[in-house]
Structures are given as C-alpha cells and as structure tokens.
Design a protein around this ligand. Structure first.
Ligand code: HEM
Length: 402
C-alpha cells in the first residue's frame, strides 16, 4: 500500500476497529511519514519521544485558534479549553501546571488507595449480584465507567450525592478529544457550561468550608491573591481533570479485560501473583493504548528525516510507537514479563500526563481484585469497540462471571 492509502485507511471504520496492521505498514515506510503538504504522522518510538520533548513543537493554544478558527470564542468548550494546561505553551503552561501538580501530590494520590480499593470492592459486589446465576453483565457500564469517575470525584472533592449526574456530562465533554463538527459541538458546549456552573457553585461552598481535597487546596492557592492562579484558570482546569482522567482510565480497564478474555492465561498470571499488577497494567498500556495519538504544531526542522515546516500539524501516534518493532521485540505479542517496557501512552516531556500515577494505581488495584473475585470471567458475546480513533476503548464488553 502507498503511504497515503495507509493513512486514509486509518480513519475508516475498519482502521478505527484495528489500526495495528496499518501501523505495521507505516513502520515499514519509516519513523515519520508525510501525510500531505502540511501534515506529518510520527510512528517511530524514538521520533515520537523526540517531538514530545522538543519545546519547538507547540500545542494548539488560543493564538493558533485565533488564526485557524476565529469563531472559537463563541464556543464555551473552546473558551475553557484555552485555559487547559493540555492546550497551553510555556510560560503559561509551566505556571499553571506547577500549581496544579502541587495539589496533585504523590501523597494525595497514594492516600487514595484504600478508597479506590473500597470503591472497586463495592462495584464488584454489585456486579456479582447482577451476574448471579450466570446472567451476563456488561463490564464497561458496570465497572469500567464507574470506578474512574468515582475516583476523580473523590480526588477533587465532589460529594457522593452529585456524582451520578457527572457521568453523562463528562462523557459529552470528552467528545472534544475526537473529531467534532456542527452536529456534535452543541452537546459538548452544553456539558462544558453545566460542569463549569457546577464547579463554580462547589468552589463557593469549599471557600466557606474547606476540606482535605484537591479543590480546597487549589482554592487556597487562588485565594493567596498573588495572581498565580485565577478563578477561571482553576475552574477550567477542573473540567479538564474530570474529562482527562475519566474516559482514558475507563479504557485502560476495558482494554485490559479484553486481553484477559482473549488470553485467560494472562489473567491467571495476575491472579496467582506471577505477574505483578503494575507490570500487567504497563503492558496493557503498551499493547492497546487508551490514547492513540496527540498532535503538535511544527517549526522549520526535520523529524526522522522528514521535513517539517512552521505550522505543519505533527501527529504523534503513541499507539504506533508502542508497537514499534525497532523498540519492542515481537510488539504484537502481549507479554507483561517483557524486559523492554516503557510505553508512550502517557506522552512525554512538558505535557506528560499529570494523572499517570493515579491511572496506574487504579489499574493495579482493580485488576487483581477483579480477576481473583471472578477467576473464570469470560466473554458473553461480541465486544463492541467504540468507533473512535484518538481514544481507544470499548462501548460494551459483555461477560459472565462464572
Ligand atoms: C490510562 C489513563 C490515562 C492515559 C492513557 C492518559 C494519557 C495522557 C496523555 C497521552 C497525555 C499527554 C497529551 C499530550 O502530550 O498532548 C495526558 C495529559 C494529561 N492527563 Fe492523562 N491520561 C490518563 C489518565 C489521566 C488521569 C487519571 C488524569 C487526572 C486525574 C489525567 C489528567 C491529564 C492532564 C491534566 C493532562 C495534561 C497535562 C499537561 O498538558 O501538562 N490523565 N494524559
């Protein structure tokens, strides 16, 4: 296949369902492939790492939106998104990220472990009830969506009574990470407005009555009055934490269980302790990355020999880098014992995922509990893949619990 044919095939239902043969074809072409006069796809592990760590490559921020999409300010989601650290370049990025990171400490994340274990246990109990007598249970709905959204709510400090309403809103807002158009944008905007109103009201409550949660910590920084973090920067980045941490981790859980359903021995190894939960999670991240790609705006340079000029869109295909045969032996084989780990699934450089430790912890708590509780868990029908290219996961994974 010609490079352009391979690239065109990626964004088709078949390509989205299984992009890996297409990534393999791209690896044969090179580490980076010109996808048009102003587009480059980067598929090699080292080249992706280099792009993500090179400050010359910038993320799309408000300045680039002004040039390419002047109407952006009419869309609440872009107004919020223009403050998201994901969409900021230095020096604003470093200022806001360092403040958020300060409230997002290793101590706070590690301290969530008992709460995550308790939530996972409750969800597994509910699954056991629903699956009693051999009835099929839908893992994505009954576990994979519920655990991460509950955990992120716990971290931010969203009261239990309010959490139910969050799931559909967070899911709608996460639509911004996929291709969106005039048809899908209104729902995304509506979710952005509703979530922002909610966070503004909750912040007012926490100001009067601070708690031991991330929102109260960030409010203390905002209210120190030295201009380091404004109210809107805080509120907007709360919506980012919600969407960035929710569907991605859901997909880590779903993609991991899908591996076990295909290959029960992989689950057996976690169950009997011969593979550590952390090693299993790392290999799931590499083998079927919940985030398949991210992009940067180029400057005049080359990437793995391919010319890039100022304004070129450079797509770093993380999911392809994780299957690069130059970096990983037999990359299409799921092997949690592989010595050559180190997936690109959380990105790299200045924008490296701020929630990586939390996502890893959720996976490491959830998988052994799930697999020990239901040792003969098996597929109860065809899994349904989400028809998406950037975020990779399942809509439905029906199972029987045994
Ligand atoms: C398996 C789960 C997850 C995956 C695969 C994932 C993946 C990523 C990736 C690839 C990036 C970098 C994007 C880029 O460079 O353009 C990123 C950034 C980010 N992630 Fe995650 N993420 C996960 C879970 C989480 C969680 C649980 C949270 C929050 C609680 C979170 C919050 C963020 C934030 C705020 C950023 C932006 C960081 C910045 O731009 O400085 N993520 N994530």
């Amino acid at each position: 296949m010609e490079p352009m044919e391979v690239l065109a095939s990626l964004d088709t239902p078949a390509g989205r369902a299984d992009p890996y043969p297409l990534y393999a074809a791209l690896h044969e072409i090179g580490e980076a492939v010109a996808a048009g006069p102003r587009d480059v796809m980067v598929v090699g592990y080292d080249a992706i790492n280099a792009v993500l760590r090179d400050p010359g490559f910038r993320v799309t921020d408000a300045t680039s939106l002004n040039q390419n999409f002047p109407a952006w300010q009419a869309n609440p989601v872009f107004v919020q998104g223009a403050d998201w650290i994901l969409n900021l370049n230095a020096p604003r990025h470093s200022r806001i990220r360092s403040l958020i990171a300060r409230a997002f400490t290793a101590r706070r994340i590690a301290g969530l472990e008992p709460a995550i274990a308790k939530m996972a246990g409750e969800l597994l109990d509910a699954m056991a009830d629903r699956g009693a007598g051999g009835s099929a249970v839908e893992f994505m709905h009954d576990f994979a969506y519920l655990l991460p959204v509950t955990v992120i709510c716990e971290l931010i400090g969203i009261p239990e009574a309010d959490r139910e309403g969050f799931r559909p809103l967070a899911r709608d807002l996460a639509g911004i990470f996929e291709m969106h158009d005039a048809e899908t944008l209104p729902a995304i905007n509506a979710a952005a407005v509703e979530l922002l109103d909610y966070f503004a009201a909750l912040a007012a409550k926490r100001r009067d009555d601070p708690r031991d949660d991330l929102l109260s910590d960030l409010l203390a920084i905002t209210d120190s009055g030295d201009g380091r973090l404004t109210d809107f920067e805080l509120l907007h980045n709360l919506t980012l934490l919600l969407v960035a941490g929710f569907e991605t981790t859901t997909n880590l859980l779903g993609n991991g269980l899908a591996v076990v359903l295909q290959d029960p021995a992989a689950g057996g190894a976690v169950r009997d302790g011969s593979v550590s939960p952390a090693a299993f999670v790392e290999e799931v991240l590499r083998f079927d990355s919940p985030v398949q790609m991210t992009s940067r705006i180029g400057y005049d340079t080359t990437v793995a020999g391919v010319p890039v000029c100022r304004g070129t869109e450079v797509v770093a295909v993380l999911g392809a880098g994780n299957r690069d045969p130059r970096r990983f032996a037999d990359p299409g084989r799921f092997d949690p014992r592989r010595p050559d780990g180190g997936p690109l699934s959380f990105g790299g450089g200045a924008h490296f995922c701020i929630g990586a430790a939390l996502a890893r912890l959720e996976g490491a708590v959830a998988f052994p509990r799930l697999l020990r509780r239901f040792p003969t868990i098996s597929a109860a029908g065809e899994p349904v893949r989400r028809d998406t290219l950037v975020l990779r996961g399942f809509d439905a994974l029906p199972v029987t619990l045994g």
